[in-house]
Design a protein around this ligand. Structure first.
Ligand SMILES: [Zn+2]
Length: 244
């Protein structure tokens, strides 16, 4: 089973590919039929829910030869990474910067993810985490920083449309200085329970109390786990500050 182009959020969405993906999701019990070949919000949510269940970063899109398609079409052997079936990205270390910051940053311990944030932003994120814990949530950072190499790899594979994100901000010497973090409750991850238990609104409220931007407010692509310390309009400036 292959598709000729990407399906889902920001995808190419050829009718035959959309139909094929809808049928796979219907077969997996993730979507109610019949397949109609139209990529709508219901399909994107179904893709995101399926991705969330495998603890990968849910971008709502399925790419030809990508991990989500592989998972959807076959029963995966247990991941060597263990916890949650997260598949480590086969990454080369960044060309510049200490080796200790190399590898799949989504697999780093929480403390290291915090250290990968821009210091002022990090202090606010720590307050957000404290507020969520005080409200009996169990917040976990999924992604703090990720390297430009990773981001560009994602773009080259058609998994992202941008070559630089707020997650990629770095000091001019190449060490992490992220202006973004993705936060979940470890009990709910991206499941419907997160919404039902009020985690996303709580994250949004805690972030905004610290003057941060919450991706859940975005209209075109609601990115509920994403918070950032700069406005979207400042992306070019952040890239420049990063020496990139
Ligand atoms: Zn993010």
């Amino acid at each position: 089973m292959t598709i000729t182009g990407s399906v889902g959020a920001g995808g190419v969405n050829h009718k035959d590919d959309v139909t094929a993906v809808q049928n796979l999701l219907i077969a997996a019990g993730r979507l109610t039929g019949p397949a109609n070949g139209v990529c709508d919000q219901i399909l994107i949510e179904a893709i995101r829910d399926f991705q969330a269940a495998s603890a990968s970063h849910p971008d709502g899109r399925i790419d030809p030869g990508g991990a989500t398609l592989k998972k959807l079409t076959s029963i995966e052997p247990p991941s060597p990474a263990g916890a949650g079936g997260v598949q480590p990205l086969p990454l080369k270390p960044p060309a510049a910067g200490p080796a200790e910051w190399s590898g799949d940053s989504s697999q780093w311990p929480q403390e290291k993810k915090l250290q990968s944030l821009e210091p002022g932003f990090r202090a606010k994120v720590e307050k957000v985490l404290a507020a969520l814990k005080a409200a009996q949530f169990e917040p976990r950072i999924v992604f703090g920083w990720r390297s430009v190499a990773v981001q560009q790899k994602l773009k080259a594979e058609g998994k992202s449309t941008i070559a630089f994100s707020f997650h990629c901000a770095q000091k001019p010497d190449g060490t992490p200085n992220s202006w973004a973090a993705d936060i979940i409750d470890k009990r709910f991850a991206y499941s419907e329970e997160a919404e039902a238990k009020g985690f996303w609104p709580a994250l949004g409220a805690a972030a905004k109390a610290e003057g941060l931007v919450w991706g859940g407010d975005w209209k075109t692509f609601r990115d509920v786990s994403h918070i950032q310390g700069r406005a979207n309009s400042e992306l070019a400036a952040v890239k420049k500050e990063s020496g990139l």
